[in-house]
Design a protein around this ligand. Structure first.
Ligand SMILES: NC(=O)c1ccc[n+]([C@@H]2O[C@H](COP(=O)([O-])OP(=O)(O)OC[C@H]3O[C@@H](n4cnc5c(N)ncnc54)[C@H](OP(=O)(O)O)[C@@H]3O)[C@@H](O)[C@H]2O)c1
Length: 298
């Protein structure tokens, strides 16, 4: 579709389109250009296990996309720790298969690959080359980035929250909202720092990135960060919900998790601001705009 607002010769192919991010991204992308969706199981135009090079190549030959946005991943951090082979297949081999197809066909196609802030730890905010790996999820996502970069991809490291459009798949803010409304006792970590974006802003930034197609690795987070505990209390206040059962705690005393979690994932997003000509919003702003979405739905 020449002359689409995104300026690409469609179709755009979204891999992992049925997940938390994909179900919010696809309607916005489809409003801009012809969009084809993929998932491993059901609910998309194409179903394929990307870890299988043959079915991946068959799908890509059929679609012949000019833009691939890769959201497909094994995102369960504890499962990745327990099943490193599954993490490798979903987060590394899958991207290697897409890249191999692009190279074999000499495809005129840009790859926009979504990665994570879990490749950071130690005092932030982190710039892109300040990688510290503490768990298998982070390692597998980092290895996937390296594969994507071999074809001049855009790699966006991000974290996000907001209303899920996928039944049964909760975001951090979905979980908080559910617990707060039920008055359920929850512990929130005051020693884990992050700088996520709202899903609304993230989708907007991905579309802008798809238009400009800067190459390399970019952090894509809020202009500042806060602890998960401060985030939870700010979100409760923005929702207008009392939180007598919500307690601050240290992640060190809470150990039912298999995988070690980074303590400081805050990102310095200056590089993407320059590449896209934008300023990233502050996290408090993102919390307030997201709370409106939840309040409207109550
Ligand atoms: N969720 C977060 O808080 C978060 C934070 C930071 C970064 N990210 C990154 O953002 C991206 C999107 O995350 P998300 O939360 O939207 O993911 P998600 O909800 O877990 O969805 C993952 C998607 O990938 C597909 N998929 C998984 N393994 C596959 C395979 N082997 N072959 C083909 N498709 C496969 C799934 O299809 P089926 O459902 O059919 O299996 C699903 O459509 C990921 O790259 C993730 O690392 C997420």
């Amino acid at each position: 579709m020449r002359g689409s607002p995104l300026g690409i010769e469609a179709p755009a192919l979204v891999l992992g389109a049925t997940g938390l991010l994909g179900t919010r991204l696809v309607p916005a992308l489809a409003a801009e250009c012809e969009t084809v969706t993929h998932a491993r199981s059901v609910g998309a135009n194409y179903s394929a296990d990307l870890a299988d090079s043959h079915v991946t190549a068959q799908m890509l030959d059929a679609v012949r996309p000019s833009l691939i946005i890769n959201l497909a991943a094994l995102t369960d951090v504890d499962l990745c720790q327990e099943q490193p082979q599954q993490a490798y297949l979903a987060n590394v081999k899958s991207i290697e298969n897409v890249v191999a197809w692009m190279q074999a066909r000499d495809a005129q196609c840009h790859l926009l690959h979504i990665s994570t802030d879990q490749v950071y730890d130690g005092p932030g905010p982190h710039v892109e080359n300040n990688v510290t790996i503490v768990n298998t999820y982070g390692l597998s996502k980092y290895a996937g980035e390296l594969a994507a970069l071999s074809v001049g991809a855009t790699v966006l490291r991000t974290n996000f929250f907001g209303r899920s459009a996928r039944p049964g798949r909760e975001s951090l803010s979905d979980w908080l909202s559910r617990c707060l409304l039920a008055g359920a006792p929850i512990s929130v970590f005051d020693d884990v720092l992050f700088s996520p974006l709202s899903l609304g802003t993230l989708v907007h930034m991905i579309l802008r990135t798809a238009r400009i197609q800067p190459r390399g690795v970019f952090n894509l987070g809020a202009a500042d960060g806060m602890s998960k505990a401060d985030f939870a209390f700010a979100f409760a206040a923005a929702l207008g919900v009392h939180q007598p059962a919500m307690k601050r705690t240290s992640s060190r005393v809470f150990r039912p998790l298999s995988a070690v979690r980074p303590l400081d994932m805050r990102m310095n997003s200056r590089r993407i601001e320059v590449a896209l000509g934008v300023r990233m919003p502050r996290l408090q702003q993102e919390i307030e705009s997201t709370a409106i979405e939840y309040r409207d739905a109550y």
